[in-house]
Design a binder for this molecule. Structure first.
Ligand code: PRP
Length: 183
């Protein structure tokens, strides 16, 4: 089992049990609202992969998986509001029921861009779920349909989320001190 003993400066924020309980609740809610339908779960690489794995198993519907990814233009910051597609879906989603799966909703740039992009393919239903929501950081108006936890403006890692590609495999979610943050 991975732990954070090599990163004692991390401050635990959400335990794996808290996360799992909330993911089960989200899965049940999504299963009720999409009842009787097949759903394409679209995870945004890479951070949402762990959440996808747990959420999919908490959803009692016929599901397909797909993956999509964007990158920021220029610097590594999204504050310019400009992102570009670096990996598109493998499948056509016209007429399908789609759930975009994110680990964290921050400025809103990524989900705003991806929602608009997927809507051009005319899915029957397009909803968004994010495990974490930082509304105080929003640069674009965006509200996810399903939110796991609303969190303060602190940098978080674990459960798929990274600091310079580290810590994605930690089962819990941690706050990171500002000196080792990297986005
Ligand atoms: C993170 C996160 C979201 C996005 C949210 O991805 O996984 O995709 O940022 O930020 P926004 O609301 O400000 O657009 P990141 O670019 O860190 O890539 P990663 O998922 O590969 O870690």
């Amino acid at each position: 089992m991975t732990d954070a003993t090599n990163a004692p400066q991390l401050e635990r924020f959400l335990t794996r049990d808290q996360i799992q309980q909330r993911v089960e609740e989200l899965g049940a809610e999504i299963s009720r609202e999409f009842s009787g339908r097949t759903v394409v779960l679209v995870a945004v690489l890479k951070g949402a992969t762990i959440f996808l794995a747990d959420l999919a198993r908490a959803i009692s519907l016929d599901c397909a998986f797909d993956f999509i990814n964007v990158a920021s233009y220029g610097s590594n910051q999204k504050s310019s509001g400009a992102v570009r597609l670096v990996r598109n879906l493998e499948q056509k989603i016209e007429g399908k029921n789609v759930l975009l799966v994110e680990d964290i909703l921050d400025t809103g740039v990524t989900l705003g861009y991806l929602k608009n992009l997927l809507l051009t393919q005319q899915p029957a239903i397009l909803k968004t779920v994010t495990l974490l929501d930082k509304p105080s950081r929003r640069l674009q108006n965006f509200e996810a349909d399903y939110v796991g936890f609303t969190i303060p403006d602190r940098f978080v890692v674990g459960y798929g989320m990274d600091a310079n590609e580290r810590y994605r495999n930690l089962p819990d979610i941690y706050f990171v001190p500002s000196d080792i943050q990297e986005k």
